[in-house]
Design a protein around this ligand. Structure first.
Ligand SMILES: Nc1ncnc2c1ncn2[C@@H]1O[C@H](COP(=O)(O)OP(=O)(O)OP(=O)(O)O)[C@@H](O)[C@H]1O
Ligand SMILES: [Mg+2]
Length: 485
C-alpha cells in the first residue's frame, strides 16, 4: 500500500506523543513501587510480627506452669483423703474455686475412684492433664482447660509472620512486577493510540490521495473524474467542492463548444438566406411574365403553363419562408437579462398563452417562494414557446389531446424549469442529436427550434437537457443560475 508523506508524519507525531511520557511515567512508577514496597514491607512490622508470634509459646509455658503450681496447691489439701462422700463434696468446692479446672478425680487404695466434671465450663478448650499425690497418698488427677481460640490466634499470627517474611524475601520480585504492569499498561496504551492514529491518518490520507489522483486526471483533460464524497468533515466538503468545480468546468467547456458550433451554423444560415433570397424575385417574375405573354390557343400548353407557374409560386413561397427562418436564426439577438421572479413570469405566460390547440391541458406547478433569476423575458418566452410547440406537435400523432406540464422549482442551488409532455417521447438514439441545428424528423420542420432554445439558455449561463419520463413522454429541463443576493 502506498503511504503518503503526510500519513507518515502524522503517525510519527502520534507515536512520539504517545511514547514520550513513558520514561517519566516509568520512573514515577518505580518511585511509587519503592514507596509502597517500603511502606508495606517495613522491617519494624516484620520484627513486631515475629515478636508477637514468640509471645504465644511463652504464654503457653506460663499457663502450663501456672496450672502446675495450682495442681500442687490443690493436691496438698487433706480433705482429699477423707471418706468418699466428703471427698466428692470437696471436689465440688475445687471446681468452684478454679474456673479453669474442667475435671478432677481422686483414686487410691480402698477407694473407688471419685471423679467430678466441673459443670458450665465452655466448650472448645484444649485440655492439660496433671497428676499429683494427696498428703494421704491418694492419686489426684486434674484436667485444666486452655481456650482453643488462643491457639488459633497463635497459628494465624505464625502464618502471617511467615507470609510477611517471604514477601520481604521477594521484595525485588514485587518491584519488578509493579514495573512490568506499568510498562504493559502504558506501552499497550501507546500502541493503541498509535494504531488509532494510523487508522485515522490512513482514512484521511486515502481520501486526500483520491483527490490528488482526480486532480491529475482533470489536469490531463479527463473531465469525467470525480471523487467519492464520504463523511461530514472538511475533506468531504473539499471533495464535494472539487466535484462541483469539475462539473462546472465540463459544463463551461460544453457551453463554449456548443456556442461556437451554433455561431458557425448561424453564419452559414445568414449566407444561405442571402444567396437564396436574391434570385427568388427574378424567378417568380420571369415565370409570371412567361404566363402573361403567352397568347397561343393550345389548351394543353395553357394547362401545363398554369401548373408550372403554380408550382414555382408555391416553391418560391416555401423558400421565402425558409429564408426568413434562416435569417431569423442568423440574427438571434444577444440576451439582456434582468433579475425577476421566474415563477410569476411562468404564471403570466400560461395566462397569456391562448393559441394552443383546443383541448390542450396545460398544467403548472409553481414554487411557494419567489425564485429570483436574471433572464431575458423575450428570449426565454421564445424558448418556452418552442418547447411547448414541440410538445403539442409530438402529441398530435397519439390521437389524444396534448397534455403538458410546466414546473418551476429550486434544485441544487439553481432554478429549474421543466416542460413535460405525454407524447411518444424521444427515441434514445436521437437524444444526442436533437439540439443540432437542422436536425428534424418533421416534414415541414427546419430543425432550428431546439438549437435556438439551447443557445438562448446557454447564453443565460444555464443548461438545457432532454430526457424521457419513466411513464413515457419527453421531459425538457432548463437550469438557470439564481440571482446573487
Ligand atoms: N416533445 C418532443 N417529443 C418528441 N420528440 C421531440 C420533442 N421535441 C423535439 N423533438 C424531436 O426533436 C427534433 C428537433 O426539434 P426542433 O424543435 O429543433 O426542430 P423541429 O421541431 O423539428 O422543427 P421546427 O422547430 O423548426 O418546427 C424534432 O424534429 C423531434 O424529432
Ligand atoms: Mg420545433
Amino acid at each position: 500500500m502506498k503511504h503518503g508523506r503526510f500519513e507518515r508524519r502524522l503517525v510519527l507525531a502520534l507515536l512520539v506523543a504517545a511514547l514520550a511520557p513513558i520514561p517519566v511515567a516509568l520512573w514515577l512508577a518505580n518511585l511509587l513501587a519503592d514507596d509502597s514496597v517500603a511502606l508495606g514491607l517495613n522491617p519494624r512490622i516484620e520484627q513486631a510480627l515475629g515478636q508477637a508470634v514468640a509471645v504465644y509459646p511463652q504464654l503457653f509455658r506460663a499457663k502450663r506452669r501456672e496450672h502446675g503450681l495450682r495442681a500442687d496447691l490443690l493436691a496438698r489439701d487433706p480433705a482429699l483423703d477423707a471418706p468418699p462422700a466428703e471427698t466428692r463434696a470437696h471436689l465440688e468446692a475445687l471446681c468452684n474455686a478454679s474456673p479453669e479446672l474442667l475435671r478432677v478425680a481422686v483414686s487410691g487404695e480402698g477407694l473407688t475412684t471419685v471423679a467430678r466434671r466441673c459443670t458450665g465450663r465452655a466448650q472448645g478448650q484444649r485440655e492439660l492433664a496433671l497428676t499429683r499425690r494427696s498428703p494421704g497418698g491418694r492419686s489426684v488427677s486434674f484436667v485444666f482447660g486452655m481456650p482453643e481460640a488462643t491457639f488459633e490466634a497463635f497459628r494465624e499470627a505464625e502464618a502471617l509472620s511467615k507470609v510477611y517474611r517471604q514477601l520481604g524475601q521477594r521484595r525485588d520480585e514485587v518491584k519488578r512486577a509493579y514495573f512490568l504492569a506499568f510498562l504493559a499498561l502504558l506501552g499497550g496504551w501507546a500502541l493503541l493510540a498509535a494504531g488509532g492514529g494510523l487508522w485515522l491518518a490512513r482514512r484521511t490520507t486515502r481520501r486526500i490521495l483520491a483527490l490528488v489522483e482526480a486532480t491529475r486526471r482533470v489536469s490531463s483533460g479527463d473531465l469525467d473524474a470525480r471523487v467519492e464524497v464520504s463523511g461530514q468533515d472538511e475533506i468531504a466538503d473539499l471533495a464535494a467542492a472539487f466535484n462541483r468545480m469539475v462539473e462546472e468546468i465540463r459544463e463551461r467547456g460544453e457551453r463554449i463548444v456548443y456556442l461556437e458550433k451554433i455561431s458557425s451554423w448561424q453564419e452559414i444560415a445568414r449566407r444561405l438566406a442571402h444567396e437564396i433570397k436574391n434570385p427568388l424575385t427574378p424567378i417568380q417574375l420571369s415565370v409570371q411574365q412567361l404566363e402573361s405573354r403567352y397568347d397561343g390557343t393550345d389548351p394543353k400548353f395553357r394547362a401545363l403553363l398554369d401548373q408550372v407557374v403554380e408550382i414555382v409560386r408555391e416553391e418560391v413561397e416555401t423558400l421565402r419562408r425558409l429564408v426568413s427562418e434562416f435569417s431569423e436564426f442568423a440574427r438571434l439577438p444577444n440576451v439582456d437579462p434582468e433579475p425577476q421572479d421566474l415563477g410569476r413570469w411562468v404564471e403570466e405566460f400560461v395566462r397569456q398563452k391562448t393559441n394552443l390547440p383546443e383541448g390542450t391541458a396545460l398544467e403548472v406547478e409553481l414554487p411557494e417562494r419567489p425564485l429570483v433569476v436574471p433572464f431575458d423575458r423575450t428570449l426565454l418566452r421564445r424558448v418556452l414557446v418552442n418547447l411547448i410547440e414541440n410538445a403539442v406537435q409530438a402529441s398530435e400523432g397519439t390521437g389524444r389531446h396534448p397534455r403538458i406540464r410546466l414546473a418551476v422549482r429550486q434544485e441544487n442551488g439553481r432554478a429549474l424549469l421543466k416542460v413535460e409532455d405525454w407524447g411518444p417521447g424521444i427515441p434514445t438514439e436521437r437524444l444526442s442529436r436533437i439540439f443540432d441545428p437542422y436536425f428534424t424528423t418533421k416534414e415541414t420542420g427546419t430543425g432550428l427550434g431546439l438549437a435556438i432554445c439551447k443557445k438562448i439558455v446557454l447564453q443565460h449561463g444555464g443548461e438545457l437537457s432532454a430526457s424521457n419520463r419513466s411513464e413515457g413522454g419527453a421531459c425538457f429541463e432548463i437550469r438557470l443560475p439564481l440571482a446573487l443576493e
